[in-house]
Design a protein around this ligand. Structure first.
Ligand SMILES: Cc1cc2nc3c(=O)[nH]c(=O)nc-3n(C[C@H](O)[C@H](O)[C@H](O)COP(=O)(O)OP(=O)(O)OC[C@H]3O[C@@H](n4cnc5c(N)ncnc54)[C@H](O)[C@@H]3O)c2cc1C
Length: 389
């Protein structure tokens, strides 16, 4: 079954999707086995992917054209993410998507030191919010930034920070005071642009993880890191507002990524069910197998429509947090079912490294956890139904 392009794309948009599909097939997939084996993408390969994706016009496709980015709307970004998801994060992360929150950069200094070099592919950022004591409850972060003249001194720690080991700087969230929020006092948080070579900042790569080989996280330890006030991203004390806008949009892109992964798994499951013969017939001729395929196709079709429709709402400026949450929740859970069923359809082979099924199964697991767990998405959705307290 095809995964036809919906939403009435024009010729240029279809061409972009086609370019990405070809790029993934020719430039990323051939490296997949090696990255799985090594759990490592060499700096040379990363550099090559960045250069080629720039040449293909894909680098910074998520950033507005006025800062030199691809200028794609959210619907198109979702379609590009869906294609990139045919390989794991270890490889497609090098088709650079700078954190959209960098659009909050103001003034020549921030734009020329951080925003524009990221869009041009000369610098890489990482996003540091999560801490050992503050995961789902990000409001509990304890990293503190204390004013010292024109500077801030930042002390604390972060963990699970994606590609902090290779980034040039981090967008780091720290407590700078407390504020009244819905009748309670809560931490007032500020976002900082912090260079990774700042004295007092130590980066400790994580020991490894199950999902997405070649894609690594690190812990950050900050001991009185001095940063000038010109490195405040946005407004002092308004870090949550900056982060929330970006995180909500990011959830829709995660959903699109999940749909892409699920489509790849489904293609493999259908092919195998049609080829593998047991008891003298194709395994797909048994209802026990064919109904799995039917459920996969139905789930993916629904997740795809929901995700693209949510992206379109975001383009129209009418998307709610709950709608972004629904897309992320549904697409990531559909993906989980699809990859699990795909392993089942492949039988023992589904767990062997020689076919890409087990890696899809492993990679899928993170999608229900990062960018807000499934439970947190349900909270957001339920709150919008019941009204917040
Ligand atoms: C590979 C990887 C990359 C990451 N990259 C980044 C990054 O670049 N930057 C960054 O800042 N963070 C990053 N994260 C962190 C990620 O966003 C968090 O792991 C995630 O938000 C969950 O937090 P936690 O792991 O502390 O789980 P916890 O918050 O401890 O949750 C544990 C379990 O309890 C459940 N739970 C918690 N509260 C509730 C509740 N109120 N109701 C019901 N259930 C609840 C959760 O849903 C979950 O199932 C990354 C994580 C991973 C694993």
């Amino acid at each position: 079954m095809g995964h036809g392009i919906d939403f009435a794309l024009d010729e240029e948009q279809l061409m972009i999707v086609d370019t990405v599909r070809r790029f993934v097939r020719e430039e990323l997939l051939p490296h997949e086995d090696q990255v799985e084996r090594d759990d490592h993408v060499s700096p040379e390969l990363a550099h090559e992917i960045r250069a080629k994706s720039r040449a293909a016009g894909l680098a910074a496709f998520n950033m507005p054209a006025e800062v030199g980015g691809g200028g794609l709307n959210y619907l198109m970004q979702a379609l590009v993410e869906r294609e990139l998801a045919q390989v794991g994060w270890g490889l497609h992360v090098h088709v650079a998507r700078p954190s959209k929150i960098l659009m909050a950069c103001t003034g020549d200094y921030q734009r020329e030191t951080y925003l524009l070099p990221c869009v041009a592919g000369e610098k890489t950022d990482c996003f540091a919010l999560t801490e050992p004591g503050a995961g789902s409850d990000a409001t509990a972060i304890q990293t503190r930034a204390v004013r010292d003249g024109e500077d801030f001194l930042i002390t604390g720690s972060k963990h699970f920070i994606s590609h902090a080991d290779v980034a040039d700087f981090t967008i780091l969230f720290a407590v700078t005071g407390t504020q009244e929020y819905k009748g309670r006092r809560r931490n007032e948080v500020t976002a900082f642009l912090l260079d990774m070579d700042t004295p007092g900042l130590e980066v400790q790569p994580a020991r490894g993880a199950t999902a997405n080989r070649g894609y690594h996280t690190a812990a950050l330890f900050l001991d009185n890191c001095r940063v000038h006030e010109r490195n405040v991203l946005g407004t002092v004390g308004k870090g949550w507002d900056e982060a929330n806008d970006w995180l909500t949009a990011g959830r829709v892109m995660v959903a699109a990524n999940c749909v892409g992964q699920a489509m790849r798994a489904q293609d493999m499951a259908v092919q195998w069910a049609g080829e593998r013969v047991q008891f003298g017939k194709r395994i797909g001729d048994n209802q026990g197998v064919s109904f799995k395929l039917a459920d996969m196709a139905t789930g993916i079709a629904a997740a795809n429509l929901l995700t693209l429709d949510t992206a379109r709402k975001m383009d129209a400026g009418v998307m709610t947090d709950a709608e972004a949450g629904m897309a992320k929740l549904f697409a990531s859970e559909v993906l989980g079912n699809v990859v699990d069923d795909t392993v089942q359809i492949f039988g023992g082979l589904g767990l062997m490294h020689e076919v890409p099924v087990e890696r899809l199964w492993r990679n899928a697991r993170i999608e229900r956890i990062w960018e807000g767990t499934s439970e947190i998405q349900r909270h957001i959705i339920a709150k919008s139904l019941l009204g917040a307290r």
